[in-house]
Design a protein around this ligand. Structure first.
Ligand code: SF4
Length: 710
C-alpha cells in the first residue's frame, strides 16, 4: 500500500473498536487490524482490512480470505485513505454559506449553532408551507444499512416530508425481470465460472463489477466463449471472443429475434417450456413479427450475425446472460429486460449450474436481517406526494407546485452531477428561496449550493452493516480510526436534528450499534446463527444459500403462476402489453447522434473520488468517443476540441476518434464534477429526465446530440 508522508505524520488516537490485535508476544506495538467493507454503489462490496499502528493507518488492503473479492481492491479504492479519508479537501467542520449559491464561500460554525439554525428554519418552513415543502434527496453514496437511510427515513417520515422515489438505478431492470421471473435475483454471479457461453448484454463488468468478472474469466480459461452485446467497444470487449453492436435501444428486438430463430429452428427446450413456462403459444405468435430480416433492419446487425448468435446461445450448455444496469436507461428500458428475461427458459438454461441469467443478488437477503425494530417509523404515508429523483430539476423549478419545495436535504448523493438535465437541476439549486442542507465528505458541486454543509464521516470512521447486490455475503464495517475534525456519521446529524425539532420517539435516537445488533438478531437459517461479536471478528459471512444454487432448474419461479411468464395476465390487467415486445427509441429529431453516457471510469465511482487530484490525474480528462466516419463528416480528427450540444446543454471536451464505436453513436464517461470541467458542464448536461416505461428509471440513454468542432 502507498503510505503518504502526510498520512504517516497524521497521528490519531487508537480506535477503541479495533477487533483483531496482531501483536507478537511481548511486542509493545499497538497494531490492530480492523475489518471493513466497501460502501460504494458497486456490485462487489469488497471486504477489506485496515491496519492501524499507534493510531496511524499503516496499511489498507482487500481481505484475502473473502471468497468473492479475494483480497483485491479496485483502482478506485486501493488508495482510499490517501485519496479521500486524509484528503486536504475533506470537510472537517460545519459551514454556513456566506457567498452566492454555488459560489462555494462558507464560514465555519459549530455543530450546535448550525443544527439549531437548521431546526429553526425547518420549523418555520413547515409552519408556513407544510411539511411537504421539504424534500430529502439521497441515494447510494453509501450502501450501508445504517449510514444509508436508517435514521434519515425515520426522521423524514416523522416530519411528513415529501417522498423521494429512489429509482435512478436498477428499478426498470427489476420491473422487467420480475414480470417474467418474479424476481431479479437468479444465478449466483460466481456460477459464471461454470458457464460455457457468457452473453454480456449492455454491460461493462470488467470495469463495473471486476470481482464478479473474474469468475467469467475463469470460465474462459476453461474454454468458455464470451460474447458482448454493446454499441460501444467497452473494456469488457477486450476479454470477449465476439462483439455484437446493435443500435442503442433496440435490444428487445434483438432478444425477440434470437427467440424467433430458436423456436423456428426447433432449438428451444420443449420439455422445459411445457413444464415451467406460461404463454409459449402466444409468444410464438408474437415472434412471427421478429424474423431475422426485420430484426436486422431494426438493430443494424446482419441477418447472419443474428442467426448465428441464436444458434450458439441455444446449443451451448450451460449458457448465461450477464446483464447489469446501464441498459435500462431507455424509455423502453423495462420492456427490454422483460424480453431478455425469457431467453434462458426458452432454451432450458436454468437446468444447469452456470446457465440462466445474472443480474442482482438482493433477494438472497430478503428476510435474513431482523427488520422488525429497524423498520419502526420508516413506513411512508403513500398519500404524501412523491418526486422521482430522476426529475429533481423539474421538482425544484416547477412554479405550479403547491407548495413548492422550500427545503432540500441532500446526503449520500451529489445531484448537481449525477442527476440528468443538469442545467435545470443547477437552476433549481441556485434558487435563493430554497433552503439547502448537504451532509458530505467533500465540497461537491451540490454542497457548493448549500446553505449549510455538515461534515460526514468516511467508511473508515463509522460503523455499518452491508448487504450486497452482487454476491451473497453480509459484511460488517467497523470504524478503524476516530472521525477526522468534527465529522460525524449521518445518523448523528439526524439524531441531533430530531432532538431540536422536539421529537421524542425513541426510534429516532437509537445508536448505530443498537441498530446493527437489532438487524443481526435473526434466526434466519441463511445467517447460520452468526452473532454481532462473531461478525466483528470475521468481518463477513456467506449466507447459507444452497450449494449448488439452481433456482429454477425445476421451475419454481417467483411469479404468481410459479412459471416463467412469457405472457403476463397481471401486466395485461394493468394495461400493459401482456407479451414481451419492442417499442422503438424516440426519433432522432434535430440531433442526429445517439449519446451513451457510461459508467466507465476506473478511478471514480459515480462522482465519488472525482474531486481529488490523484484519481483525476489517473483518469485523465473525459473524451468524446466518435466513429471515424461521423468525425470525418464534421471535419473532426482525433484530439480536436469539440462541443457536444443538444436542447438541454453543451459540453466542451476533446474527441477520441477510434474504431470500435458504432457509427451514429457517441459516448461520454459520467462521474466528472461539472465545476471541474471547462464550461462547467458534465455528461448529464445533455441527458434527458424522462422516465422508463415501467419501474420509474431514467431515459438518459435516449439522449441525442450534435457534435461541432470547437
Ligand atoms: S468500488 Fe466496488 S470493486 Fe472497488 S473496492 Fe468498492 S466494492 Fe470493490
Amino acid at each position: 500500500m502507498r503510505t503518504s508522508r502526510r498520512r504517516r505524520e497524521f497521528l490519531i488516537a487508537t480506535s477503541a473498536v479495533a477487533v483483531q490485535a496482531s501483536l507478537g508476544a511481548g511486542c509493545a506495538s499497538r497494531r490492530t487490524v480492523v475489518r471493513g467493507a466497501c460502501h460504494h454503489d458497486c456490485a462487489d462490496t469488497c471486504a477489506w482490512r485496515t491496519t492501524v499502528d499507534d493510531g496511524r493507518v499503516v496499511a489498507f488492503e482487500g481481505d484475502p480470505d473473502h471468497p468473492f473479492t479475494r483480497g483485491r481492491l479496485c483502482a478506485r479504492m486501493s488508495g482510499y485513505p490517501d485519496d479521500l479519508v486524509f484528503s486536504s479537501h475533506r470537510l472537517l467542520y460545519p459551514q454556513r454559506r456566506v457567498g452566492k449559491k454555488g459560489e462555494g464561500r462558507f464560514e465555519r460554525v459549530s455543530w450546535d449553532e448550525a443544527l439549531d439554525d437548521v431546526a429553526r428554519r425547518l420549523k418555520a418552513i413547515v409552519a408556513e408551507h407544510g411539511p411537504t415543502a421539504v424534500l430529502p434527496y439521497s441515494y447510494a453514496g453509501t450502501e450501508g444499512k445504517i449510514q444509508g437511510r436508517a435514521l434519515s427515513d425515520r426522521f423524514f417520515v416523522r416530519l411528513g416530508a415529501s417522498r423521494l422515489q429512489r429509482d435512478i438505478c436498477g428499478s426498470a431492470a427489476h420491473s422487467g425481470l420480475e414480470a417474467v421471473l418474479g424476481t431479479s435475483t437468479a444465478m449466483l454471479p460466481s456460477d459464471l465460472a461454470h458457464s460455457r457461453l457468457i452473453l454480456v448484454w449492455g454491460a461493462n463488468p470488467a470495469v463495473s463489477n471486476e470481482h464478479g468478472w473474474d469468475f467469467a474469466l475463469e470460465a474462459k480459461r476453461q474454454g468458455a466463449r464470451i460474447v458482448v452485446v454493446d454499441p460501444l467497444r467497452s473494456r469488457t470487449v477486450q476479454d470477449a471472443d465476439q462483439h455484437v453492436q446493435p443500435i442503442p435501444g433496440t435490444d428487445a428486438a434483438l432478444a425477440l429475434g434470437l427467440m424467433q430463430v430458436i423456436v423456428a429452428e426447433g432449438l428451444h427446450d420443449a420439455d422445459y417450456v411445457a413444464k415451467h413456462t406460461l404463454g409459449f403459444d402466444a409468444l410464438r405468435a408474437r415472434l412471427a413479427d421478429f424474423a431475422p430480416a426485420r430484426v436486422a433492419a431494426i438493430t443494424g446487425l446482419a441477418v447472419e450475425e443474428i442467426v448465428a448468435l441464436a444458434r450458439a446461445y441455444a446449443t451451448t450448455r450451460p449458457a448465461a446472460l450477464r446483464l447489469m444496469i446501464g441498459m435500462e436507461h431507455h424509455a423502453n428500458g423495462s420492456s427490454l429486460y422483460r424480453a431478455l428475461a425469457g431467453l434462458p427458459a426458452l432454451v432450458g438454461a436454468w437446468r444447469l449450474r452456470g446457465g440462466g441469467l445474472v443480474e442482482f443478488s438482493d433477494a438472497h437477503f430478503d428476510g435474513v436481517l431482523n427488520r422488525k425494530a429497524f423498520d419502526v417509523g420508516r413506513q411512508e404515508d403513500e398519500t404524501i406526494r412523491s418526486f422521482n429523483m430522476v426529475q429533481l430539476g423539474q421538482a425544484l423549478t416547477d412554479k405550479a407546485l403547491a407548495p413548492p419545495i422550500h427545503a432540500l436535504f441532500v446526503y449520500n448523493s451529489n445531484p448537481a452531477a449525477i442527476a440528468p438535465n443538469q442545467n435545470l437541476v443547477l437552476r433549481g439549486l441556485r434558487r435563493e428561496d430554497l433552503f439547502t442542507v448537504v451532509i458530505e465528505q467533500q465540497l461537491t458541486d451540490s454542497a457548493r449550493h448549500a446553505d449549510y454543509v455538515f461534515p460526514a464521516t468516511t467508511q473508515l470512521e463509522h460503523l455499518d452493516l452491508l448487504t450486497s447486490w452482487g454476491h451473497e455475503y453480509l459484511s460488517l464495517n467497523l470504524p478503524a480510526i476516530p472521525p477526522r475534525g468534527e465529522a460525524r456519521p449521518n445518523t448523528e446529524f439526524f439524531r441531533g436534528l430530531a432532538g431540536r425539532m422536539g421529537y421524542t420517539e425513541p426510534h429516532l435516537f437509537e445508536t448505530d450499534e443498537q441498530m446493527v445488533k437489532g438487524l443481526l438478531d435473526s434466526r434466519h437459517p441463511y445467517l447460520g446463527g452468526v452473532t454481532y461479536d462473531q461478525l466483528r471478528e470475521r468481518g463477513w459471512v456467506r449466507l447459507a444459500v444452497p450449494d449448488p444454487w439452481l433456482p429454477f432448474a425445476d421451475g419454481g419461479f417467483k411469479t404468481a403462476s410459479g412459471k416463467c411468464e412469457f405472457f403476463s395476465a397481471s401486466l395485461q390487467a394493468q394495461g400493459f402489453d401482456p407479451l414481451p415486445g419492442y417499442v422503438p427509441p424516440p426519433p432522432a429529431g434535430r440531433y442526429p447522434l445517439a449519446l451513451l453516457t457510461t459508467k466507465s471510469t476506473r478511478h471514480f465511482n459515480n462522482t465519488s473520488h472525482a474531486g481529488e487530484a490523484r484519481p483525476r490525474r489517473a483518469e485523465g480528462e473525459p473524451r468524446l468517443q466518435m466513429h471515424a466516419d461521423d468525425a470525418a463528416a464534421r471535419g473532426i480528427t482525433d484530439g480536436d476540441p469539440v462541443r457536444v450540444v443538444n436542447e438541454r446543454g453543451t459540453m466542451a471536451l476533446r474527441a477520441a476518434v477510434k474504431g470500435g464505436i458504432r457509427q451514429g453513436v457517441v459516448s461520454l464517461p459520467q462521474g466528472y464534477w461539472p465545476s471541474l470541467l471547462p464550461g462547467g458542464s458534465s455528461a448529464n448536461a445533455l441527458t434527458p429526465d424522462g422516465l422508463s416505461d415501467r419501474g420509474g428509471g431514467g431515459d438518459f440513454h435516449d439522449a441525442r446530440v450534435e457534435v461541432e468542432k470547437a
